[in-house]
Design a protein around this ligand. Structure first.
Ligand code: GLN
Length: 538
């Protein structure tokens, strides 16, 4: 079995535990260790698939079709760890499986309890991954903040695991906050002391403290934290704010975090620096040569986490083109009233991401029309593709009231509709078309130019599809169907001929983009946007 690192969080939420875990994974990988990362989420939903993005942020989809927490996106962007449905363990999943076993009679005679049955099930799930993956180190992130009632069973499970495995086999890292109190002009250590106190009450002693700070901590602060939290000085890590998330592994490396982890886990590996990451990612992020403005038109723009992977993939596209991507978020509902549409004139590119429900749809249709008629590079993703097809049907093919049956059940022209197999679906959880599917590209298309190959696979998360009955009408008027799933005869990509760059796909390419390896469609979209910007300046 692998060695383990358990990561908890204290004081407040949103400390960047997910990015910390991803960065630790990155550091260990660079040192030649094979890692796996797991996220434990202490809510009762079996998965976040049925949650509103305003509640939960983006739902991240894995190749094997699991709807998961967005932290798994960070894991995949920072590392090569194999992430799948087992990588996200929720309270809901654990209870579901324990109760199913109970109904089958698996615990016959026993009273089924949180300890040991729920905690055993958590441990079984955590161990399963490390056993199956043949990795050196498994990083386990416990969601929530220490002191929450919900996360107690997970904390008890990792307490037991650490006890079972022993010192050099498991490590507790606690991510905490040193808040800066402006009036006092000081960074305070007390909340961290309290948080570690809470951990110790339940039997967990942190081995390493990752202290999130606005300013570097002083020697005195480090000494104080070490003494009162019962950790050695070198294990108090200064995790100072950095400008960009991709700088976190570099800042951890500077603090010697990788050496410390290796030492504590009794692992010996040659020291390696992060030169490649620094040159390919961080340098370009800090001082790019060019700049480009992308308008993202969506329903959940008020929440930065709702389109997390989209925003990251745009940044990656920028890195690949040596350009800073300025993302302008536009609430699609506001575009429904004509005038505000003019702001799109300032866009070098327009992107419409995925979405559900009819709110703001008419505004999105106007945005696509604007991009199409004004030759602004357009990138439509999932709902963004469906919207592009509807707009073309309405405004170019003059198909009255063309719509998706998601928004208008009785539409005369259902350009987007449900597949037969989806019509009988009653449960909403995990029943969409999910995960990786193949797609064949037409040579000479924008997409083929981007991917430079004919056969690709991409991840999906949708219920509705392009209605093939309309393929010939739309293609007669110039729409190109450049990507198809041949075995199921489904449209995957549409493009426009007489346009500088108009690509809309049914799948979600954003999930496969990495900072050092931008997704080809994002790369080429940014390139097209840069071309537009350059041509306007002339
Ligand atoms: N609501 C649309 C569907 O279910 C699009 C989904 C999405 O954009 N992820 O097909």
């Amino acid at each position: 079995m692998s060695k383990f690192i358990f990561v908890t969080g204290g004081v407040v939420s949103s400390l960047g535990k997910g990015i910390a875990c991803a960065s630790i994974g990155k550091l260990l990988e660079v040192r030649g260790l094979k890692t796996s990362i797991i996220k434990c989420d202490p809510y009762l939903n079996v998965d976040p698939g049925t949650m509103n993005p305003f509640q939960h942020g983006e739902v991240y989809v894995t190749d094997d079709g699991a709807e998961t927490d967005l932290d798994l996106g960070h894991y995949e962007r920072f590392t090569n760890a194999h992430i799948n449905k087992d990588s996200n363990i929720t309270t809901g999943k654990i209870y579901y499986s324990v109760i199913t076993k109970e109904r089958k009679g698996a615990y016959l005679g026993k009273t089924v309890q949180i300890i040991p049955h729920i905690t055993d099930e958590i441990k079984r799930n955590i161990k399963k991954i490390s056993r199956e993956r043949d990795v050196d180190v498994t990083i386990v992130e416990i969601g929530g903040t220490v002191g929450d009632i919900e996360s107690l069973p997970f904390l008890e499970a990792i307490r037991q695991l650490r006890w079972e495995l022993g010192e050099s086999y498991a490590l507790n890292i606690h991510v905490t906050l040193l808040p800066f109190i402006r009036a006092a002009g000081e960074q305070k250590t007390k909340p961290t002391q309290h948080s570690v106190g809470r951990l110790r009450e339940i039997g967990i002693a942190p081995d390493i403290l990752l202290c999130r700070t606005e300013k570097h901590m002083t020697k005195d602060q480090r000494d104080k934290i070490a003494l009162f939290c019962n950790v050695d000085r070198e294990s108090v890590i200064d995790a100072v704010d950095v400008k960009h998330i991709y700088e976190v592994p570099i800042s951890f490396k500077k603090e010697g975090l990788d050496d410390l982890i290796l030492k504590k886990l009794n692992l010996k590996r040659e020291d390696k620096d992060l030169k490649e990451w620094r040159n390919l990612v961080v340098k370009r992020l800090r001082s790019p040569e060019k700049e480009v403005k992308i308008f993202v038109v969506g329903k959940y723009v008020a929440l930065p986490d709702a389109y997390k992977s989209i925003y990251e993939a745009l940044v990656h596209g920028g890195i690949a083109n040596d350009a800073r991507v300025i993302i302008q978020k536009v609430d699609s509902e506001t575009l429904e009233k004509g005038k505000s549409l003019n702001q799109l004139t300032n866009a070098d590119g327009i992107l419409i991401p995925g979405g559900f429900g009819d709110r703001g749809v008419e505004g999105k249709i106007k945005a696509v029309q604007f991009a199409r008629e004004n030759n602004i590079p357009y990138f439509g993703i999932c709902l963004g593709m469906q919207i592009a097809a509807i707009e073309y049907a309405r405004n170019v093919c003059k198909l009255k009231g063309a719509n998706s049956t998601e928004f208008d059940k009785g539409t005369k022209n259902p350009i987007i509709s449900l597949l037969e197999e989806q019509k009988s679906v009653k449960n909403l959880g995990a029943t969409m078309r999910l995960g990786s599917y193949p797609c064949k590209l037409t040579k000479s298309s924008f997409s083929f130019k981007a991917y430079k190959k004919e056969n690709i696979t991409e991840r999906h998360r949708h219920r509705y599809e392009f209605n093939n009955k309309y393929k010939s009408v739309l293609s007669k008027k110039g729409m190109l169907f450049t990507g198809v799933n041949s075995s199921q005869n489904l449209v995957e990509i549409i493009e426009l001929k007489d346009h500088p760059w108009f690509v809309a796909c049914q799948f979600h390419p954003e999930f496969k983009s990495k900072p050092d390896k931008a997704h080809p469609l994002f790369k080429n979209f940014i390139e097209a946007a840069l071309e537009r910007r350059a041509s306007l300046k002339k």
